[in-house]
Design a protein around this ligand. Structure first.
Ligand code: APR
Length: 247
């Protein structure tokens, strides 16, 4: 562990006025949820097309694939030390918000209150016709596509499929947090999926210092967006960083 880098990052965070975190799949890997890309990535096993909205509408039984890719794995996952460190930083009134690309609900379960779910969530299904929401526990994903009991419309998971827009409220909140931040903690993301990937760049252009936590360099590291790169597993780095901040 490079102590000087950690103490530099810790001091910047301690003196920050508006710390915002931006997280990707990498923060949840140590909770047992595979990332999308890289070793053990979901896209190595499943064709991303099952997450394309047009494909889902014409093949709703693809929901079966969704069942084990997301719901079963996510249902078992628990927040890890990296999620808990962010919850602690919010309790210390240092962290103002988490913007997450993840749909695993783990930031809420860790205790964070201000969480922007940029790609939606896996807590609900939503009717594509009338917009009625259903708790996921009430929706049977079987051979038959899930149908709305109100209007007969097709239900879909309440996360953003490829080809769908980002929920407007999440989009607006995320970019206003990015512009307002003076420090952004970017954890476990490749930084290649847009428009989410613009968020750290937006923060940087608004004058924020970017502290990145990742197992390996990302687009942000290679493009010079990152000011301090803390390389390693999110749980280890965040545990060490929190200890340094508390000193
Ligand atoms: N600790 C820290 N970082 C990790 C760890 C770990 N234990 N394990 C993996 N990583 C890093 C990888 O190095 C990589 O940079 O997490 C990142 C995972 O990248 P992706 O799987 O591409 O996840 P993400 O960047 O969140 O993907 C963005 O793509 O498919 C869409 O909607 C999906 O939200 C997702 C978006």
């Amino acid at each position: 562990m490079n102590n000087s880098l950690y103490s530099k990052a810790a001091n910047i965070i301690k003196n920050s006025k508006y710390l915002v975190a931006f997280t990707g799949a990498g923060i949840s890997v140590e909770s047992g949820i595979p990332p999308f890309r890289g070793e053990n990535g979901i896209w190595n096993k499943y064709d991303p097309k099952i997450f394309d909205i047009d494909y889902y509408v014409s093949n709703p039984q693809a929901a079966l694939e969704l069942r084990n890719v997301f719901y079963d794995v996510i249902a078992k996952a628990k927040p890890n030390k990296a999620h808990i460190a962010l919850a602690e930083l919010e309790k210390m009134d240092i962290l103002k918000a988490v913007i997450t690309q993840n749909i695993d609900n783990l930031h809420f379960l860790a205790g964070n209150k201000e969480v922007v779910e940029f790609h939606g969530n896996t807590r609900y299904f939503i009717c594509m016709k009338c917009g009625k929401k259903y708790d996921v526990a009430r929706v049977e994903i079987t051979e038959q596509p899930p149908i709305c009991e109100e209007c007969g419309g097709l239900l879909k998971p309440d996360f953003v499929f490829f080809g769908e827009p980002i929920p407007s409220e999440a989009y607006t909140k995320a970019f206003s947090y990015a512009k307002r931040s003076d420090v952004m903690l970017v954890i476990g993301t490749t930084g290649i999926v847009y428009p989410a990937a613009m968020i750290p760049t937006e923060a940087k252009s608004a004058g924020a210092t970017i502290i990145e936590v990742n197992l390996e360099p990302s687009e942000y590291t290679t493009q010079g967006i990152t000011d301090i790169f803390l390389q390693g597993k999110a749980t280890e780095v965040m545990t060490n960083l929190l200890a340094e901040i508390k000193k």
